[in-house]
Design a protein around this ligand. Structure first.
Ligand code: PLP
Length: 399
């Protein structure tokens, strides 16, 4: 009997399966809207100019690659804090935030999950229904029981806010609530500031632990606008977690650049929390990689590069918005039987199109247009070249 005889095949990642199917499709003009990345107007993954310039400067003055501190590059952690909390915020002046560099946003979530498990082993985790598919797996693998709170409301093409609030109000003290800070993946529907206010109040009233996943800061309304929810949690004087990802906002997917920030009640607590986060990191992968975080730190702390980044990020945000409007208008023109104007109310890279699994399958088989069976399409993968085909396909299946 071999050592691995009893090992079962793990379920396939549905998105990877979709990509394989897409790659095997030989039809010209096929379109992949199943991806979770931003493509530019030519359907290419962009290399941001700010990144290329920062890298050129680094290459001109190459450095040896020693081990980084366990919590990463200090200038990077500081830049993350400035972006997430506001460089002049009182919470930073009071040294009440512990921030560590992480391996992507996923790494930030995982460090937070492992720390939370030590802090409160019996707590449950609530994620949105639906959520980014890795939330459940990540928190389950960290040892938590994961349940959901209502989020998407298909009937109203929006959020079941009453259901969400009711679930939070019924949750046990100490329950960890994973919230998408902006650009909800997969639905694209975000809470309004007034709704966030009620969520903050419920979190406070029930003694819940908010874990804000901020993977798309700057892709919704703007850097400050998307980060405004953080200020609402700060104003309520809550301790909470924020994971950051620069995969999308810097188009640095493969460099794995992210962070975890934990807001604490005092500078003394922050020091202790940081020491625990470092143990989690040390026992997982010892210390983080050098390159991507250095690029981001340099861009964020060099005024000219920072300005360029903000412009490039705005360009990506505006192009996505344009594609949303263009999709809706072209569908109307094509005589589509359903009004898809809700797509323009959604934020970020994704859209819950409202299409059924059967319709999504028809898009694939008859038109070579690939999206997820849940109806999720990546609006950031649309461009004016592939739009006509996508419109023709959607119009044909939503009769
Ligand atoms: N959180 C959400 C909601 C995401 O959509 C993603 C990526 O798609 C992540 C976290 C992970 O980001 P990263 O690729 O930086 O690990």
């Amino acid at each position: 009997m071999s050592l691995f005889a009893a090992v079962e095949m793990a379920p396939r990642d549905p998105i990877l399966g979709l990509n394989e199917q897409f790659n095997a499709d030989t039809r010209p003009g096929k379109v992949n809207l199943g991806v979770g990345v931003y493509y530019d107007e030519n359907g290419k993954l962009p290399l941001l100019k700010c990144v290329a310039r920062a890298e050129a400067a680094m290459q001109a003055d190459p450095k040896a690659r020693g081990y980084l501190p366990i919590d990463g590059i200090a200038a990077y952690d500081k830049a993350v804090q400035g972006l997430v909390f506001g460089a002049d915020s009182a919470i930073l002046a009071a040294k009440r935030v512990a921030t560590v560099q992480a391996i992507g946003g996923t790494g930030g979530l995982k460090i937070g999950a492992d720390f939370l498990k030590r802090l409160n082993p019996t707590a449950k985790v609530l994620i949105s229904d639906p959520s980014w598919e890795n939330h459940r797996a990540l928190f389950s693998n960290a040892g938590f029981t994961v349940e959901t709170y209502p989020y998407y409301d298909a009937a109203s093409r929006g959020i079941n806010f009453e259901g969400l609030l009711a679930a939070l109000s019924a949750a046990a003290v100490g329950t960890v609530v994973v919230l998408h800070a902006c650009c909800h993946n997969p639905t694209g529907y975000d809470l309004t500031p007034a709704q966030w206010e009620q969520v903050v109040a419920a979190v406070k009233a029930r003694g819940l632990v908010a874990f804000l996943d901020m993977a798309y800061q700057g892709f919704g309304e703007g850097i400050a606008e998307d980060g405004a929810v953080i200020q609402q949690f700060l104003a309520a004087d809550l301790d909470f977690f924020v994971s950051t990802s620069f995969s999308k906002s810097f188009s640095l997917y493969g460099e794995r650049v992210g962070a975890l920030s934990v807001v604490c009640a005092s500078a003394e607590e922050t020091t202790k929390v940081l020491s625990q986060l470092k143990i989690v990191i040390r026992t997982n992968y010892s210390n983080p990689p050098t390159h991507g975080a250095q690029v981001v730190a340099n861009v964020l702390s060099t005024p000219a590069l920072r300005q360029l980044w903000e412009e490039e990020l705005a360009g990506m945000r505006q192009r996505i918005r344009l594609m949303r409007t263009a999709l809706v208008e072209a569908l109307l023109k094509a005589g589509a039987q359903q009004d898809l104007s809700f797509v323009t109310r959604q934020k970020g890279m994704f859209s819950y199109s409202g299409l059924t699994a059967a319709q999504m399958q028809r898009l694939r088989s008859e038109f070579g247009v690939y999206g997820v069976d849940s109806g999720r399409i990546c609006v950031a993968a649309l461009n004016e070249h592939n739009l006509p085909r996508v419109v023709q396909a959607i119009a044909a299946v939503i009769h």
